[in-house]
Design a protein around this ligand. Structure first.
Ligand code: 26W
Length: 831
């Protein structure tokens, strides 16, 4: 591939006339794209209808996109860069229509061509470029930055295959490839002229430059091309369109030719394939790093391409003075995944630009910021030194040097404390030496934050304590949020209209105003309460239809919809939920129906393909569901369904329809949670442990509107030393019956013993998740839920109260805090 260097054109600039957004103009434009661009006509496959409409909508973003870009650059404003290996953006169409305020017009335009907008929207595949919370958070952040007119660009990888598609066979999870780009991606714009060369392998050479200074160069490398694809990120009704820049890997021309000249044509093509591997697939792990070489390649590929791109833009549009670089740029690293950026920026400054070490370090450590998203030790990234040496030899040298400088600081502060030096070293010693990426991130950043108050506290007290003692000023908390545009205005139009009717619609752009809804809580607002209930019922009907089609289970919208959707992980304790379902089932079997409430329990989520326990839990859920749903004694009192392929677009249907949100992680393990916030905004009540952002949710809504149970984080840590799970079983007849029923094979008559490892895990004194310790508290909290549910009027009040108190959990607030404390960017003026 030949890439011509970018040359600006100085022709007379032309103006772009804004395009009409009325139904007729949209319709004409749609017809034009369908016929003249796509060459498809009436009766074509529905994905072309979607594609033609997407082009129509994208056209209408283009002027604002260009203007947003130009204004940011012309003003030479300080720019933010959000670096993330994951952006779980889901579908774009409905979101852009909402932000641009042209949904009604698009609706009519589609009707004019006898299509239903809702069905056209369904044709768009989810952009599943993320695993779960961390990836979806990045997408919500992008939305809020655009809505707040913050000059922030997202940098990520354009994976050819996103998160795998999950389907269920005989109760077991199966994975299928998600080729989301199969029919092209109408939103993206390829910008080959901004491609970057990324180096791998080779070796380093040290030399003395013309000024007599020691320098290093990285040579003999195999280069890969990084090609940017831009996705528009529209702000809410503010003419702002920011950019999400995703990199695709490709072979460089030189790389191919070398092989070709040696006479090996097929090897040359193979090399091309090898190069493209880097952006081929998203790693589907969200809790344990597996140390795969390709993953490290992805990380360096993203970090290097993004830094080079940011520098290119900065050099082109500002003065070429590196002393100003940190004043004009900030990079937020989404977990340790892009943390190699610390060493890469050093390399670019030192080797490519001849900046001296101290100055390069001052620049680097003043423009990097790090967000931690997990305390789980198995999720902390560590790379074998040997792998670094082979793949990124120059970066390893730089990391060694960063470490040497850093350990001098440590030994000055704590002379002779060798144990502390060993703990804090970026290099972990041992039979296999490792690079500790979190340590590199902390040392190289001016800001380190956790994602909820408790989580940030636990980082300071535990995992990062040594670093906190050294640099307390670096540490801060930024409680997560979610965007109310996608998660309320788009996902729940019924509730949105009802709210806006009473308090106006400014809350969509400023969720703190949702507080006004509190005035609608008192009893006398009978009509409003009836409407609130009716909206929820309609949303539950919509979810019931999805459950029927995807799980073949009948959910009755009159029952309590009790929902747990998130990645399947032991610490999130889907197991505790299942134990409760089995307990309810036993109550039915025993005829203990006092205070009974009909429930539909929905569980959804993906297990990492190599996570055996998580996959067994999915099988258990499906096995219990089979028995419960088909036992005539149950008679509609209890339903359990496992929703396959949980994803962003499924949550858009689930959250508005949920009555009870399950947030039941072992305390101290869930960094924040963000599903909890989506549910709350949509008027669900939460049953939850004192963990992550649950704590802040309960503070906001009041303990009387929240079902709290279970051990606290500090109690978990104390109990860990002397945990005796069987005691809970001995003391609790209900728990004993539940365990016995699972153990005896009631749910798996044809596959005996398959759940033994689950039971043994729960009954082991070393069970880190302490599921059985919280069983009784959970059952009692669920009984409180049932009691509350029986008073429909009271429940509705609590539901409204949850929505009314959710203002704090908007990512607009989160982004304002990042900006106030970390980024310090200037919000663009409103147009
Ligand atoms: C190295 C493999 C790997 C990949 C991803 C390890 C860990 C991750 C993520 C950190 C997992 C994740 O998504 N964490 C979630 O981040 C959310 C956003 O901050 C939080 O709300 C969740 O509590 C946290 O589990």
């Amino acid at each position: 591939m030949t890439i011509k260097p970018y040359t600006p054109y100085y022709y007379r600039p032309f103006t772009l006339e804004p395009l009409g957004c009325d139904a007729v103009t949209l319709g004409h434009n749609f017809k034009h794209y369908l016929s003249y661009h796509l060459g498809r006509f009436h009766g074509c496959a529905p994905n072309y209808i979607y594609e033609a409409l997407a082009y129509t909508v994208r056209d209408r973003l283009m002027v604002d996109w260009r203007n947003t870009w130009n204004t940011q650059l012309e003003q030479g404003t300080r720019r933010g860069h959000y670096m993330s290996l994951e952006f779980l953006i889901g579908r774009a169409m409905g979101n852009h229509l909402l932000n641009m305020g042209i949904k009604t017009a698009a609706d009519q335009a589609m009707l004019d061509y006898s299509h239903k907008l809702e069905e056209v929207i369904e044709e768009e595949p989810d952009a599943g470029l993320g695993n779960g919370g961390l990836g979806r958070l990045a997408a919500c952040f992008m939305d809020s930055c655009a809505s707040l007119r913050l000059p922030v660009m997202g940098y990520g990888i354009r994976y050819e295959y996103g998160m795998f598609r999950q389907y269920i066979e005989n109760g077991y999870q199966k994975e299928a490839a998600d080729h989301w780009l199969q029919n092209g991606n109408p939103w993206e714009i390829e910008r080959i002229e901004y491609a970057q060369h990324i180096q791998f392998g080779g070796h380093t050479e040290h030399y003395i430059d013309n000024n007599g200074r020691a320098r290093a160069r990285w040579v003999g490398t195999e280069d890969i091309l990084a090609i940017p694809f831009d996705m528009p990120v529209s702000g809410y009704r503010n003419q702002t369109v920011n950019t999400l820049r995703l990199w695709k890997a490709a072979a460089t021309e030189e790389f191919n030719l070398d092989e070709f000249n040696a006479g090996s044509y097929t090897e040359a093509v193979q090399a091309k394939n090898q190069a493209e591997h880097i952006s081929m697939v998203l790693y589907p792990n969200d809790s344990s790093e597996n140390g795969k070489e390709l993953r490290l390649r992805q990380q360096y590929f993203l970090a290097s391409a993004s830094l080079k791109d940011a520098i290119r833009i900065w050099v082109k549009h500002g003065e070429f003075d590196y002393q100003r670089f940190a004043a004009e740029n900030v990079f937020q690293m989404n977990d340790t995944h892009p943390t190699i950026a610390v060493a890469e920026l050093m390399r670019i400054l030192l080797d490519d630009n001849g900046v001296e070490w101290d100055e390069a370090w001052a620049i680097t450590s003043q423009c990097m910021a790090y967000t931690n998203h997990t305390l789980l030790p198995e999720a902390l990234e560590k790379w074998p030194v040997s792998l670094f040496e082979r793949l990124l030899p120059r970066l390893l040298e730089i990391i060694y040097e960063i470490n040497a400088h850093f350990l001098r600081v440590v030994s000055m502060k704590w002379p002779g404390d060798t144990d502390r030096q060993r703990r804090m070293s970026i290099i972990e010693e041992g039979p296999v030496r490792h690079v500790r990426m979190a340590w590199l991130a902390i040392v190289g950043s001016f800001s380190v934050n956790g994602v909820a108050a408790l989580h940030s506290q636990l980082l300071r007290d535990g995992l990062f304590h040594d670093f906190y003692q050294l640099w307390p000023e670096k540490f801060n908390n930024k409680t997560n949020g979610v965007t109310p545009r996608r998660w309320v205005a788009h996902a729940n139009p019924g509730m949105t209209a009802l709210i806006s009717e009473h308090i106006g619609d400014e809350w969509i752009a400023d969720l703190s105003l949702i507080e006004r809804l509190k005035s609608m809580v008192p009893m006398e607002n009978k009509v409003f309460h009836a409407n609130w209930h009716a909206v929820k019922m309609a949303n539950k009907q919509r979810l019931a239809a999805l459950v029927k089609s995807d799980c073949h289970v009948d959910f009755d919208p009159a029952a309590l919809f009790d929902v747990q959707v998130k990645r399947i992980h032991e610490y999130k304790r889907q197991l505790l939920n299942v134990l409760h379902v089995v307990h309810l089932y036993l109550r039915i079997k025993h005829g203990h129906l006092d205070n009974w409430v009909n429930r539909c329990v929905l569980i959804g989520g993906k297990a990492a393909p190599g996570y055996y326990m998580a996959k067994s839990i999915i099988k258990l859920i499906n096995s219990v569901a089979d028995v419960v749903n088909n036992d005539p004694d149950v008679n509609g009192r209890l339903k359990l369904a496992f929703l396959p392929n949980y994803r962003v677009s499924a949550m858009e249907i689930i959250a508005p329809a949920t009555d009870l949100s399950e947030q039941i992680s072992t305390a101290g393990k869930e960094a924040s949670g963000t599903g909890n916030m989506k549910f709350m905004m949509n008027g669900a009540l939460t049953i939850g442990t004192y963990d992550g952002a649950n704590i802040e949710i309960m503070d906001a809504v009041g303990a009387e509107n929240f079902f709290l149970f279970g051990l606290r984080a500090e109690q978990v840590e104390v109990l860990r030393h002397d945990y005796r799970p069987w005691q809970y079983v001995e003391q609790d007849q209900d728990l004993r019956e539940v365990i016995d029923l699972i153990r005896c094979g009631h749910f798996n008559p044809s596959e005996p013993g398959i759940f033994d490892s689950i039971l043994d895990g729960m009954l082991s004194p070393s069970d880190p998740w302490m599921t059985l310790a919280d069983f009784r508290g959970y059952v009692e909290a669920q009984q409180a839920v049932s009691t509350a549910w029986q008073d429909t009027e009271k429940w509705t009040q609590m539901s409204i109260m949850n929505t009314a108190c959710s203002g704090f959990f908007s990512t607009d607030r989160t982004m304002m805090e990042y900006n106030r404390d970390i980024w310090k960017l200037t919000q663009a003026e409103s147009a």
